[in-house]
Ligand binder design. Structure first.
Ligand SMILES: *Cc1c(COP(=O)(O)O)cnc(C)c1O
Length: 419
């Protein structure tokens, strides 16, 4: 295929895409910009602006009365709304805090629920903040974090996890979709590995929800956390979500206790009385402005449907890898994501020795925005609600051009900074 054939094909794929229309629900201040970082910060839904103005108006007109008119209920109301996207039931999900803080809460709760067991098992594909949180939680009980190493830098097979999990393990905690390689663990089989050893299972769904199929209920998973600001387009720093399987809720304590997790916060009692249900995993006053803003993106994702999003995402990552094989592998890239779409999320990492400079050149010269992940990955995030096949084709062409013309050399001294 030559370039014009590739662009033709991309246009045909866009024409046949049932989700193509959703793209226009998101702000696009610059039509030329090809945004391939929706897995890091999802684009802003146009409606988010009116919704946030509405929240400001509630503050202006209702003042403290806003708490009686929906603010207090919002963490659980929005959790129930998100629930079907992850195979959860009403009452199993709440919005609160950041993903990292939620990990501290749920991992701490799991360790308390398994007295005598002080090990937590994770893998080295997990997000560093998760590993730091787990490390800190196990240190608190004098335990040990076991980090299973990936053999190929991309995947971790269940057998390697199973070999690390035993009767000393209180908890297995993993990212469902790995932030760098995009590898997707088998939710059900890995949960079984944990359960067979009597351990609890905690999933981080940050890079999955809104793009990758997740059914916590069918997998029998115990606990989960995840971001709302990635594929869900909840907004920068919007509260994360947490999931606790219904049957477990009464037997788990929130180790980060606070008044919003109490049965009667406005009784101002000094005696702890955790709320029944998922509410006990809340801590303090939620950030209402960003919490209510999540609903704009959430409504769009629900309307599009998790299955349709996954189908498109798989087609798009296939298309990108096919083009990468043809145009980018011959000039020094390697595909650093799994080639089997069923174990791959919605981003594709392409490794190159000059990845950082290439990433910077793409942004500065081509308005193509992927991101760089150390040491040598250019990561292309394909958000099925907003990315078109045409953009994928043009991004590959821009990447080829940056390398062939060696224009990236001007960015060789780039420092990593915030990426
Ligand atoms: C993005 C991401 C986070 C971010 O956590 P914050 O607490 O929101 O900063 C955590 N874990 C994973 C797996 C992520 O992809």
């Amino acid at each position: 295929m030559n370039l014009s054939q590739v662009l033709e094909r991309a246009k045909a794929l866009d024409a046949a895409d049932p989700l193509a229309g959703f793209r226009h629900r998101f702000a696009a201040p610059d039509e030329e910009c090809i945004y391939l970082d929706g897995n890091s910060l999802g684009k802003m839904p146009v409606r988010a602006m009116a919704l946030t103005m509405d929240t400001l108006d509630q503050w202006a007109t209702q003042m403290v009365g806003g708490w009686k008119n929906g603010w207090y209920e919002a963490p659980l109301r929005l959790g129930d709304k998100l629930a079907p996207l992850i195979g959860a039931q009403p009452g199993e999900v709440a919005m609160s805090d950041s993903t990292t803080v939620n990990l501290h809460k749920l991992a701490g709760a799991a360790l308390r629920a398994r007295p005598g067991r002080t090990r937590v098992v994770t893998d080295d594909l997990n997000f560093p903040s998760d590993v730091l949180a787990l490390q800190s939680v196990v240190e608190g009980v004098g335990g040990e974090l076991v980090v299973v190493r990936s053999r190929d830098g991309m995947t971790v097979p269940e057998d390697d996890l199973a070999a690390a999990v035993d009767e000393r393990t209180a908890l297995v905690s993993l990212s469902h979709t790995a932030f760098k390689s995009g590898f997707v663990h088998d939710l059900k089989r890995v949960t079984q590995v944990a359960h067979q050893a009597g351990a609890l299972m905690l999933w981080d769904l940050s890079h999955s929800v809104g793009a990758v199929h997740v059914d916590l209920g069918a997998a029998g998973a115990d606990l989960a956390v995840g971001c709302t600001y990635k594929y869900l387009s909840g907004g920068p720093g919007a509260p994360a979500f947490l999931y606790v399987r219904a049957e477990l809720q009464a037997s788990l304590d929130n180790p980060v206790a606070g008044w919003f997790g109490q049965a009667h916060p406005f009784a101002f009692s000094l005696e702890p009385e955790p709320a029944a249900g998922i509410r006990r995993f809340l801590v303090g006053t939620p950030p209402i402005l960003s919490l209510l803003g999540i609903e704009a993106g959430l409504d769009i994702v629900l309307e599009a449907g998790a299955q349709a999003l996954r189908t498109k995402s798989m087609l798009q990552t296939e298309f990108l890898i096919e083009l990468a094989d043809q145009f980018l592998v011959p000039i020094g890239f390697t595909v650093a994501s799994p080639r089997d779409a069923t174990v791959r999320g919605s981003h594709v990492s392409l490794a190159h020795p000059h990845a950082l400079a290439i990433d910077r050149a793409l942004i500065a010269e081509h308005q193509v925005i992927p991101d760089f992940r150390t040491p040598d990955n250019v990561r292309f995030g394909l958000a099925p609600l907003t990315t078109s096949f045409d953009e994928i084709a043009r991004a590959v062409e821009a990447t080829r051009s940056v390398v062939e013309t060696r224009s990236f050399e001007a960015y060789e001294g780039a420092v990593e900074g915030v990426t």
